[in-house]
Write a protein that binds this ligand. Structure first.
Ligand SMILES: C[S@@+](CC[C@H](N)C(=O)[O-])C[C@H]1O[C@@H](n2cnc3c(N)ncnc32)[C@H](O)[C@@H]1O
Length: 445
């Protein structure tokens, strides 16, 4: 039956879906209910029906969760950026911990407790973001913001509570800047990247910029104390507009006296303080010492490799991106690190090369959301490290990969930690430590 022919009905919400909707079961059917929290009773207004599940909105909350809070952001409910603002921050962490344990439980990985979450800066934490730009004359012209929930439209933002404050001060000025360009409808995206030394904006454009456009962007950079770039194609097509001579952004890992240089389109961990805690935890859990040779897979700029190299005998960082590998090498040089080398390699291939058993005693793995099944198969069967730390941004692929390590009987999950990298969103960042079974008796840290 079409959604608009079903009258609103009461439902008890059992859990939260991966995208932050309340999950309720009514007469054998699963409903995903926007705006509803676990433990609540709500009146569901159906919005879409499907054979196996249906969608609805919580029109009224009749029994309210004790964890419900007033979302502070004026755009909450429309903007798709952070969908959990109506849940107390402490409850978000409990929920993410449960998500992690449920995912591991489903694939039969023996449970371990989760250590205290690495949490800091629940607001103003984002140092990387991509704002969508739309030209909608009937809404006043240029709109800049994040995508709306469940649609391709953009929520125009005058401020964002999770973005770094340096970006907030220029966000409201972006529409008029773009409106004055020669082809205002040809700028699909503005990417922002915040370093400890500066904030950069990258203006993606589909038509060549005129001299006037470039002058306008340059002036904007000068007036607002920003680095300004243009981008005509992929990440490598960025060109510095202000200043003309590109300035590398950087962030520090103070405990290890490391400065990591990066370009605005490079991957960096979004949350500065949580990243510092995550790096420290991985190095502590791996108990890195001067006899260790460490393999850092999906190493990016060297975020884990460089601080690890401070304490280890040697580190090999591997990543598919040649620009990141080249930047990681530069970063090693600038930090006077001579025991870290970097290699470009596609880690989704099955045969990963000539790494021999015993060559690396410890391995760090930090893959994209799709996980690292190929790399882990190879590493667990061939490299056979004693310890493996897996940094994950997706519980489902972590669980699949953890099962690959543990079900064959080679590894045991010994520690699990949650990193509050993306407060108020449903993203779950975690770290899992595995020990090789034959070594676990003598190695207990
Ligand atoms: C989550 S990021 C981690 C980066 C780094 N460890 C850090 O903390 O900044 C994932 C990394 O995987 C790399 N990557 C993606 N696909 C890959 C592949 N097929 N082979 C190797 N590296 C890949 C990306 O370039 C990116 O640097």
């Amino acid at each position: 039956m079409p959604a608009n022919q079903i009258a609103p009905f009461p439902a008890v919400v059992e859990s939260l879906s991966h995208d932050g909707r309340g999950v309720a079961r009514v007469q054998g059917k699963v409903w995903f209910v926007e705006g509803a929290l676990p433990g609540e009773t709500v009146i569901v207004r159906p919005t879409k029906t499907r054979r196996s599940f249906s969608l609805g909105v919580a029109d009224k909350i009749t029994v309210q969760s004790k964890d419900r809070t007033q979302a502070p952001c004026q755009y909450f409910g429309t903007c798709g950026g952070c969908v959990l603002q109506h849940l107390e921050h402490s409850a978000q962490l409990i929920l993410k911990g449960k998500t992690l344990l449920v995912a591991l439980g489903k694939v039969g990985v023996s449970p371990v407790g989760i250590t205290n979450p690495m949490a800091a800066m629940p607001w103003g934490y984002r140092r990387k973001a991509r704002f969508g730009v739309r030209f909608v004359p009937k809404k006043g012209g240029i709109l800049v913001g994040f995508r709306e929930r469940n649609s391709k439209h953009v929520t125009p933002l005058a401020e964002c509570l999770v973005i770094d404050p340096s970006v907030n001060s220029v966000l409201p000025r972006l529409p008029s800047l773009l409106q004055g360009m020669s082809a205002p409808d040809r700028f699909p995206q503005v990417e922002v990247a915040v370093g400890d030394n500066a904030t950069a904006l990258v203006f993606q454009h589909l038509e060549p910029l005129t001299t006037e456009d470039t002058n306008r962007l340059e002036q904007f950079g000068r007036e607002n104390n920003l680095l300004v770039y243009s981008q005509s194609g992929g990440p490598d097509s960025i060109e510095a507009i202000f200043p003309r001579q590109p300035v590398l952004l950087n962030y520090t890992l103070p405990k290890f006296s490391i400065v990591v240089g990066f370009s605005p389109t490079d991957f960096i961990q979004v949350n500065r303080l949580v990243n510092q805690a995550l790096v420290e935890m991985v190095i502590d859990w791996l108990d890195i010492g001067p006899t260790d040779s460490v393999l850092d897979l999906f190493c990016g700029l060297g975020n884990f490799s460089l601080p690890t190299a401070r304490g280890a005998k040697r580190v090999l960082g591997v990543d598919e991106s040649s620009s990141l590998i080249s930047r990681a090498r530069d970063n090693a040089l600038h930090n006077q690190i001579s025991n870290a080398t970097f290699e470009r390699r596609d880690l989704f291939r099955k045969d990963l090369g000539e790494w021999d058993p015993g060559q690396f005693s410890k391995v760090i793995v930090d893959p994209p959301r799709s996980g690292a099944i190929e790399a882990l198969n190879f590493v667990s069967k061939r490299v056979k490290p004693r310890f493996l730390a897996y940094v994950s941004c997706d519980p489902a692929t972590l669980a699949r990969d953890a099962a690959c390590l543990t079900n064959a009987g080679a590894y045991r999950l010994v520690k699990l930690g949650l990193a509050d990298m993306f407060p108020h969103t449903t993203h779950v960042e975690s770290v899992a430590l595995f020990h090789r079974i034959e070594d676990t008796v003598s190695d207990t840290k």
